[in-house]
Design a protein around this ligand. Sequence first.
Ligand SMILES: C[S@@+](CC[C@H](N)C(=O)[O-])C[C@H]1O[C@@H](n2cnc3c(N)ncnc32)[C@H](O)[C@@H]1O
Length: 224
Amino acid sequence: MSTPPPGRSSRELYARRSLKAIAARWDARADSWDRALDDPDCHLNDDDAYRRFIREARRLIARRRPFCALHGVIDAGCGTGLVLAEVISSFAWGIGIDISPRMIRVARARRLGKAKFIVGDCFQLPSLCPKAGAIFSRGVLLSHYGREQGGDILNAARAALAPGGFLVIDFLNEAARTRQRHAPEDKNWFTGEEIQSMARRAGFAAARVLGKPDRRALLLLAKT
Ligand SMILES: C[S@@+](CC[C@H](N)C(=O)[O-])C[C@H]1O[C@@H](n2cnc3c(N)ncnc32)[C@H](O)[C@@H]1O
């Protein structure tokens, strides 16, 4: 990641929700993002996180085929649209949202059928999209934004879901923190219990953590 402006740590930028500065940092990574994820040695692939997310997403969709086919899907913090590209065929429509205009530019170049990509803030999801059957968010946004704002993200996601809809969002796993080669201090690590109670406080009727307890990143599955 690019160096934050002097005096502003990454944690501070997220804690203050300085969206312009956050977007500028992701803009700088947009052109190399897909290449970085293609590199098995890149820290983004630590613990096979990306492929595990996609496998889990497909498994959850497979159990809800008719529901998904009738509803839309939102990819929150979509970056270059990798997750949306993997799941869109199972849904009626798809929207990818990201605050980084450059990430969105790369995503649009995919020319995904049934999908559109918009520059926007995932804290504002309900005002940006129609209600969706599913929201996927990969890239540990909860761990970037922290506890309080993480609660706001979950609230926004819940309000953007149709009845019966579900959210899948990843987070850094406190229980596995000390075992990691790449364990950034400036991110927020959550226990499974903590993330489930955040989801319930945000109004989700059910919340469950997916993934083995020793994984670097785990997935929250939350249902309306
Ligand atoms: C780790 S990247 C993940 C990108 C993509 N989901 C993937 O899996 O390849 C996190 C993304 O979240 C976006 N992001 C950060 N804060 C956001 C916000 N408030 N609203 C929307 N997108 C945001 C960043 O611009 C960045 O593209």
